[in-house]
Design a protein around this ligand. Sequence first.
Ligand code: PEP
Ligand code: MG
Length: 319
Amino acid sequence: QREAEKLDRYKPAITRDGRRVEVAANIGSAKDAQMAVDAGGEGVGLMRTEFLFLQRDDPPGEDEQYEAYRTMVRALNGLPIILRTLDIGGDKQVPYLSLPAEANPFLGVRGIRLCFEREDLFRTQLRAILRASLEGPVRIMFPMVATLAELRRAKAITEEVRREVGAPPVETGIMIEVPSAVLLADQLAKEVSFFSIGTNDLTQYVLAMDREHPVLAPQADGVHPAVLRMVDLTVKAARAAGIWVGACGGVAGDPAGAMTLAGLGVTELSVAIPTIPAIKALLRSVSMADLEGLARRALACENASDVRTLVQGLLARTG
Ligand code: PEP
Ligand code: MG
């Protein structure tokens, strides 16, 4: 019995009515990549590359980054990895970069905006990523994209670096974690291969509640109907353009979140490594028809706790 459960983690997550949802891993280091595979991850849906830049006195150079990315790609042995370019600023501060203090860091120069201010760091990182892409299926993802102009600028720099490195084209996507990106999703979708919804930031920006605020953070629930409606808009725009949508915020690894997101049409959930087997098992225990019904009703709920009650009801019925 135990052995069977262990082996189940390596099988895909297919709902009772035959619909597959990919379950990938969120990782932060080269060591994590092997752990993600061992846990049954079907790839890496989010590698937070900024972790390579934290807790040290200077930024990692091109070769050091290349070694780290190559180790991950090799550990994945043919499974895809999404390397998110530097997402510094906001909650992630890096002392040696001596960035100017900001009154509102979450509304400041963070994510892709910082990469434009420090194009040297961005280009070095892209060189390392593109070199590693020669070893296996690497996808590049830009964080905090708020406008079409930002996406185009990030892509243009990537394309220049790609030619320098002499690497073949790489699939490029963006995080959907800013409300403007949701509202512009039809335009953005025409210029990327995929979206990955960052529910941590999207929740904070949609509800205007700081994700770290001691009083507000507990209310900033990613299954709030306001957030789910943003997910719904994103999926509809992506479908119309023929691209896929994943989710990589904490809500993707929460049972209620995983079920509602899948029901809304998110086809890849990228979650913390230890939760991979449980999320796969959960998806196998339900039908997509039920999840779609759940999602429809969740969109009409008045608050997050009503959404969670709906989920409990469905789980009790399908038991
Ligand atoms: C998110 O915002 O949901 C996300 C996955 O990115 P991070 O938590 O690194 O900001
Ligand atoms: Mg984020």
